[in-house]
Design a protein around this ligand. Structure first.
Ligand code: AMP
Length: 181
C-alpha cells in the first residue's frame, strides 16, 4: 500500500488498550471516520480495484462494515446488503452460526438480498481471526452470489483471518496491518 496512506491511517486509527477486555488492543476506526481526509482516502483506496468491474452488491458486516460499505456502494453505484447480528432483520432470512472466542453467535442476511450469480464485495473494518467474515462469505455463497473479494481497513495478520478467507477462494485486500491482537 502507498507509503503515505499507510502513515495517515496509522495516525488516524486509535488504539485502545484492554478493550473490550484485558490484553486486547482495540483498533478504533471512529477516529478515522471523523477525520474527513483520512475517511475519504480510506474509502477511495478500498474502492479503487473494483471500479468498472460491475459489482452488483456491497455486503457490509454490522456495524462498522455498514459505514464503510455504504460509502463504497455509493462510489461504485452498487447496491448495499446488510449482514446483521441475529434478530435484527425483519424479512425472511438465512442464518449461519459462527464461533466467537467464548461460544457461538449467529449472523443473518435477507434471503432475497442477493441473486444467484451476483458479484458481491464483502466489507468490514477489520479482520482478526476471520470467523466473522467466513460466516458472511458462507451466507453469500449459500444464496449463489459470487464473492469477488473481501476488503478491510485493518488486518491483524497474527490472527490468521486473511489466510482463512483466501482458503475459501476469496481474495482479501486490506489497507494497514498491525502486529499482535
Ligand atoms: P474476527 O471474526 O476474529 O475476524 O473479528 C472481526 C470482527 O471483530 C470485526 O467486525 C471487527 O470489527 C471486530 N474486532 C475483532 N478484533 C478487533 C480489534 N482488535 N479491534 C477492533 N475490532 C475488532
Amino acid at each position: 500500500m502507498e507509503e503515505n496512506l499507510t502513515s495517515e491511517l496509522n495516525l488516524a486509527i486509535r488504539a485502545i488498550e484492554d478493550y473490550p477486555k484485558p490484553g486486547i488492543v482495540f483498533r478504533d476506526i471512529s477516529t478515522l471516520l471523523q477525520n474527513a481526509r483520512a475517511f475519504r482516502r480510506a474509502v477511495d483506496a478500498l474502492v479503487h480495484p473494483y471500479v468498472g468491474i460491475g459489482l452488483d452488491q456491497i455486503a457490509g458486516i454490522e456495524a462498522r462494515g455498514f459505514i464503510l460499505g455504504g460509502a463504497i456502494a455509493h462510489q461504485l453505484t452498487s447496491g448495499f446488503v446488510p449482514i446483521r447480528k441475529k434478530g435484527k432483520l425483519p424479512g425472511e432470512k438465512v442464518s449461519v452460526a459462527y464461533s466467537l472466542e467464548y461460544g457461538v453467535d449467529e449472523m443473518e442476511m435477507h434471503r432475497d438480498a442477493v441473486n444467484p450469480g451476483d458479484k458481491v464485495l464483502l466489507v468490514d473494518d477489520l479482520i482478526a481471526t476471520g470467523g466473522t467474515a467466513e460466516a458472511a462469505v458462507k451466507l453469500l455463497k449459500e444464496m449463489g452470489a459470487e464473492v469477488v473479494a473481501a476488503c478491510f481497513v485493518v488486518d491483524l495478520p497474527d490472527l490468521g483471518g486473511r489466510k482463512k478467507i483466501e482458503s475459501l477462494g476469496v481474495p482479501v485486500r486490506t489497507l494497514i496491518e498491525f502486529e499482535g491482537d
